[in-house]
Design a protein around this ligand. Structure first.
Ligand SMILES: NC(=O)c1ccc[n+]([C@@H]2O[C@H](COP(=O)([O-])OP(=O)(O)OC[C@H]3O[C@@H](n4cnc5c(N)ncnc54)[C@H](OP(=O)(O)O)[C@@H]3O)[C@@H](O)[C@H]2O)c1
Length: 230
């Protein structure tokens, strides 16, 4: 299988690359700064040429276009749209940084859509290609019982909508699009108190992704299996 992973230098993205390489896949990894992707390069050194590392800032249109060109023209089976930011602390009703919220939206909502459209020609070349966008339980309207975190919550809710439209628009091309909630994961974003290791979350998400067919395209998946409330 040939997979693209964004935000691949740390956290959940890095773990996706680790597990995909371990099972023999070919991976194109996008990172904001390849010079600061030591752990990723280490994985590549042991992968016998199956990992390529590229610059890709998902919030920057020119960077995403250059990334897509660098991929070449081989078919791509899976896009893991993982890169995202949390958006800082000033996301509350009594202290909201609108500029930071806009940057969060550009990265978390427009970024994955921009990447998906840029690599779409390569996904169209594969049979049964899939797009998986990493969302969050915080992007669920039904699950929002605590409020706040406007920038992050709104960006992920918008990503959910983009994925649903992609599922509809690309069904005819045989390409599935879903969002998946990775759970609460021990990364820089999730923090040390999170309940799930990156290894456990990614192993379980890969099971859901492997089982994904067009019949489930458009869904909001949960990392443990099943669907998450919108
Ligand atoms: N951890 C959790 O508990 C949790 C829960 C729900 C959802 N998620 C979602 O899961 C995904 C991965 O999260 P994580 O916990 O692994 O986060 P993380 O540890 O903060 O890592 C985020 C990754 O995204 C990259 N990134 C940020 N902005 C980028 C941009 N403009 N262009 C390219 N890459 C960019 C970062 O690169 P740099 O090193 O350059 O900053 C980093 O590689 C995200 O979509 C997140 O929203 C995580």
């Amino acid at each position: 299988m040939h997979t693209i992973v964004t935000g691949a230098n740390r956290g959940i993205g890095l773990e996706f690359v680790r597990q995909l390489l371990a099972r023999g896949d070919m991976v194109d990894a996008g990172v904001r700064d390849p010079a600061r992707a030591g752990d990723l390069h280490e994985l590549g050194a042991a992968a016998g040429g199956r990992l390529r590392v590229h610059a890709c800032d998902v919030a920057d249109a020119a960077s995403v276009q250059a990334f897509a060109r660098a991929l070449g023209d081989a078919p791509v089976d899976l896009l893991v749209n993982n890169a995202a930011v949390y958006g800082g602390e000033r996301q509350m009703v009594d202290d909201l940084d609108f500029e930071e919220a806009a940057r969060t939206f550009a990265t978390n909502a427009l970024g994955p859509l921009r990447v998906a459209l840029a690599v779409l020609p390569l996904l169209r070349k594969a049979r049964g290609a899939k797009m998986v966008h990493l969302t969050s339980g915080m992007g669920s309207i039904a699950d929002n019982a605590s409020g706040g975190y406007y920038g992050y919550r709104m960006s992920k809710a918008a990503l959910n909508m983009a994925s649903k439209s992609l599922a509809i628009d690309l069904r005819g091309a045989g390409i599935a699009s879903v969002v998946i909630n990775p759970g609460w994961v021990r990364t820089d974003m999730g923090g040390p108190g999170a309940t799930t290791s990156p290894a456990e979350s990614v192993a379980s998400m890969l099971k859901q992704i492997d089982a994904l067919t067009l019949a489930k395209s458009g869904a909001f998946l949960n990392w443990k299996g099943g669907e998450y409330p919108w």
